[in-house]
Design a binder for this molecule. Structure first.
Ligand SMILES: Nc1ncnc2c1ncn2[C@@H]1O[C@H](COP(=O)(O)OP(=O)(O)OP(=O)(O)O)[C@@H](O)[C@H]1O
Length: 221
């Protein structure tokens, strides 16, 4: 399947954030989006998912135009937001059935490591456990496209590796768009990447492109 986004423009008041960018993502592809704080990465994902209105945006899936307000009901795109979305008092083993019924719960309960924290409340989980759990819950939904806002942020290495393995496993049946400041982890799993800079899109192939285009200092790369 092919997701095409074109003519995406977004400003907040007089402040332009994204200026007429276009890109595609297809099944079996992971697209990475980089950008400094405030460059508009979350804005980009939210305008596609339809939870934030763009000034203009055209979205089509397999050549069929779809309005952002129909993205959620269409179940064609799932979205992992930047912040945690699970109530802190809820136990992990009670959270899973809210998302999956019957046998479908097994792929979450039997995913690596989940049994080690299934009896904890989500508020007692480490950042890595929590982000891993939330990622599992969203990523396993049947939607053919997946938008991920900072899945690696504050996540300890063990869970970061599990999250990367999950994306690579799901990639055969999904198109995935991921944004994160952990650029090495992103570059490790992506097929194509771009940088958002001053509202425009710059294609990125490696860390040296990130340096050339002002995202990294030369000593970071
Ligand atoms: N609802 C809003 N109203 C006004 N300005 C906003 C709003 N949401 C975001 N902004 C501004 O738009 C810009 C882009 O924000 P966005 O969250 O998309 O950046 P980001 O690239 O995801 O940043 P980060 O890496 O810090 O998560 C920022 O300057 C932010 O302050």
């Amino acid at each position: 399947m092919l997701l095409e986004v074109s003519g995406l423009t977004k400003s907040f008041g007089q402040k332009p954030i994204i200026s007429d960018i276009s890109f595609t993502c297809k099944t079996a592809e992971i697209l990475g989006v980089f950008g400094k704080n405030g460059s508009g990465k979350s804005t980009l994902l939210k305008t596609i998912y339809g939870t934030l209105n763009a000034n203009s945006i055209n979205i089509s899936i397999d050549g069929k135009s779809i309005s952002p307000k129909n993205i959620i009901p269409s179940k064609l795109i799932s979205y992992l937001p930047q912040g945690s979305f699970l109530p802190k008092e809820l136990k992990v083993r009670h959270a899973i059935p809210l998302f999956y019924k019957g046998d479908k719960q097994d792929k979450i309960f039997y995913a690596p490591r989940v049994s080690s924290f299934e009896n904890k409340k989500t508020g007692q989980l480490s950042m890595g456990e929590l982000r891993y759990l939330e990622t599992l819950l969203i990523a396993h939904l049947g939607h053919p496209f997946l938008l991920l806002d900072e899945p690696f942020s504050m996540v300890e290495p063990l869970f970061k590796e599990l999250i990367k393995e999950l994306f690579l496993e799901l990639k055969s049946k999904k198109g995935i768009i991921v944004t994160d400041h952990y650029y090495r982890d992103v570059l490790e799993i992506t097929d194509r990447n771009f940088l958002l800079r001053e509202g425009k899109k710059i294609d990125i192939n490696n860390t040296s492109d990130l340096t050339t285009n002002g995202y990294l200092n030369s000593e970071d790369s």
